[in-house]
Design a protein around this ligand. Structure first.
Ligand code: PDD
Length: 294
């Protein structure tokens, strides 16, 4: 049972252990090659949010990189629920990573290997009130990542460098441009509002199929808000009335400054206000009924 000052508990290869004591071998292929995938699952009021969607993406990613899923969906669910229970945060961000395990360094897959399974959780950061009042700044940068961005790979060096470049330019996120089109953020998906319609790029190997993105599309449809999945040109991005970022940890952020240009009237727009209200309402409803694991 968790106590108010309990230290964070993690899970590594079958054991719950204090996060500060969790260890992997230096020969782990995650450490040596970045050979693994991850998930980030938000937890509201101690209930994992859109868990089945995250587990489906995990399954797809494992298949893509040819690691056999070490657990069934119900085993994953039980494990995640145990981790939540052992940690003392009301709202959490569960991080889950699977690597190809420990083996002598060799690019080829080891013949026999046991994947490394690691989970930790932290308090889900509260959104600063200024964000709803002012929005955030973003900059555009060339999307110099690989062509399998639909895989949630732990090899995040390009994303890390892009995000840092944004931060160094007083922006919260980098919006990435490939072949004249906006793909996604360094750690988020993107939406724009154009001609009274939400637009987000279609799923492809150029972007991560975000769970938050899918939920925004679903909520738009359920609430009769026009929403289309279509490519966004760089010009459309700059002329958009609103620009949003979406992710499991940040929900939906309004971008009010893009490079040196003000987006819309420089304040979070009315479509964002409407969608964030719907989104928060959806979270609140799920936490008051039993279907909160969907
Ligand atoms: N990142 N695109 C990229 C490149 C991302 O890293 C993320 C999330 C998203 C949004 O996906 P979702 O809505 O499923 O969180 C899109 C997580 C939060 C991270 O790396 O911490």
């Amino acid at each position: 049972m968790h106590t108010p000052d309990a230290e964070p508990i993690a899970y590594i290869n079958g054991q719950f252990i204090a996060l500060k004591d969790a260890r992997v071998s230096v020969l782990d292929r995650g450490f040596i090659f970045g050979d693994g995938i991850y998930e980030v699952i938000p937890v509201y009021a101690r209930q994992p949010f859109r868990l089945s969607h995250h587990l489906q993406r995990l399954e797809n990613n494992l298949r893509e990189i040819q690691i056999k899923n070490p657990l069934s969906s119900s085993q994953w669910q039980a494990l995640i629920e145990q981790l939540i229970e052992k940690n003392n945060y009301h709202n959490q961000s569960v991080y889950l990573q699977i690597t190809r395990g420990v083996a002598a360094r060799d690019h080829r897959f080891p013949k026999q290997n046991k994947p490394t399974v690691f989970l930790m959780t932290s308090a889900l950061e509260k959104q600063a009130p200024e964000i709803a009042q002012q929005g955030v700044a973003a900059i555009t940068l060339p999307d110099n990542r690989w062509l399998n961005c639909h895989i949630k790979s732990i090899s995040l060096l390009p994303n890390v460098l892009l995000r840092q470049q944004a931060l160094d330019n007083n922006a919260q996120e980098a919006i990435l441009i490939k072949g004249g089109h906006a793909t996604e953020g360094a750690a988020s998906n993107i939406f724009i509002v154009q001609d009274n319609c939400l637009i987000t790029p279609p799923k492809s190997p150029l972007l991560l199929p975000g769970v938050t993105r899918d939920l925004v599309v679903e909520l738009a449809q359920a609430n009769d808000i026009c929403c289309q999945e279509q490519a966004i040109t760089e010009a459309e991005l700059f002329n958009a009335k609103e620009v949003w970022l979406s992710s499991s940890t940040k929900k939906i952020l309004p971008v009010t400054k893009l490079n040196d240009k003000i987006v819309g009237n420089g304040l979070p727009g009315s479509y964002w206000q409407q969608m964030i209200t719907i989104y928060q309402g959806y979270i609140a409803t799920l936490n008051t009924n039993t279907e909160n694991k969907q």
